[in-house]
Write a protein that binds this ligand. Structure first.
Ligand SMILES: C[S@@+](CC[C@H](N)C(=O)[O-])C[C@H]1O[C@@H](n2cnc3c(N)ncnc32)[C@H](O)[C@@H]1O
Length: 293
């Protein structure tokens, strides 16, 4: 019975027929991730397996394939397949002023600290299609610190960065985003920040005046600057513990003393080896300050 249950949760029809289906799938998935890394340099080997399996399963269906090995064969030779899998694996869901209480906490507790510096560098890691970056730019502009800030916005996926640079988001989402903006303590009319064109909302280009978008892989790339603040939300939830720990190390190396690490509600520094070096600025929003080097 237990064996049958395991099979029914398996990824493919073909694997469900075999006696060692679950092990086979694990081997195939490991091989696929190894192939992706060797061929394209994207390292998903330490991502949480449950989420990976769901994503790969979906891609198999969409490509009309029945085994992970067949997907591996195809993507080794066809970069377009890799691009589609990358979109599946990198999970780009995002929103403007997502979790508005996070932005209120930034306004109340972090902005006063940023104001003590003549210039600040902020890294937004895993910025997806940019909604978070535009939200931060708006907030910092309203708080009158944007003109002495540089935002470095990075993601593993060049495709989402291209969309972020464009800054055109679905008009249909503007009602929700306006609600978020108000809940986050927005000080103007949200519609002042964009122009409607057909079904898109094109955001004010001047919001990008202090933004640098760049591809960066948290799993394999090094630190590239020393920052006053790092924002990384809804990214590490997809990583296994070992990779989370490496990323915390990377952030720790990249943060100056008294720098801010803002993780949002879904992630926490609590279990990490770096935790002792940080004090909590906002417990609910998981915003920390590095107090020891
Ligand atoms: C769910 S989105 C979060 C977007 C935004 N931070 C937010 O909270 O709305 C996760 C983003 O992390 C990016 N990502 C996943 N693995 C990454 C890695 N190893 N290095 C950099 N970015 C990564 C994905 O491409 C995706 O855009």
């Amino acid at each position: 019975m237990a064996v049958r249950q395991q099979h029914s949760q398996g990824l493919t029809a073909a694997s469900a027929a075999g006696g060692d289906a679950v092990d086979l799938e694990k081997i195939e998935l490991d091989c696929l991730l190894e192939a992706v890394f060797k061929r394209y340099g994207f390292d998903f080997r330490e991502y949480a397996p449950a989420s990976l399996r769901r994503r790969v399963s979906r891609r198999l269906q969409l490509e009309g394939l029945s085994t992970i090995s067949a997907l591996q064969e195809r993507l080794l030779r066809d970069p377009d397949v890799m691009e589609r899998l990358l979109l599946d694996l990198s999970i780009n869901v995002t929103a403007m002023f997502r979790d508005p209480s996070f932005y209120s906490a930034l306004r109340e507790k972090v902005v006063p600290l940023l104001k003590t510096y003549p210039f600040t560098r902020i890294w937004v890691a895993g910025c997806s299609t940019g909604e978070e970056v535009y939200s931060l730019a708006i907030l910092l502009d309203e708080e009158k610190v944007y003109d002495r800030t540089r935002l470095y916005a990075t993601d593993i996926n060049e495709g989402v960065l291209e969309r972020a640079r464009l800054g055109v988001f679905p008009l249909a989402k503007m009602q929700d985003y306006t609600r978020n903006y108000i809940a986050a303590g927005g000080k103007r009319a949200f519609a002042d920040y964009y122009t409607s064109a057909y079904d898109g909302a094109a955001f004010d280009r001047s919001l990008l005046r202090n933004v640098v978008f760049a591809q960066h892989n948290l799993a394999s790339d090094q630190s590239f600057n020393e920052f006053h603040m790092i924002v990384c939300r809804n990214v590490m939830i997809y990583f296994e513990r070992s990779l989370q720990e490496r990323v915390f190390d990377l952030f720790d190396t990249s943060l100056m003393r008294l720098g801010i690490l803002a993780l949002g509600q879904k992630e926490s520094l609590r279990m990490s080896e770096s935790a002792a070096k940080y004090e909590e600025l906002d417990a609910a929003e998981r915003i920390y300050r590095k107090v020891k080097s």
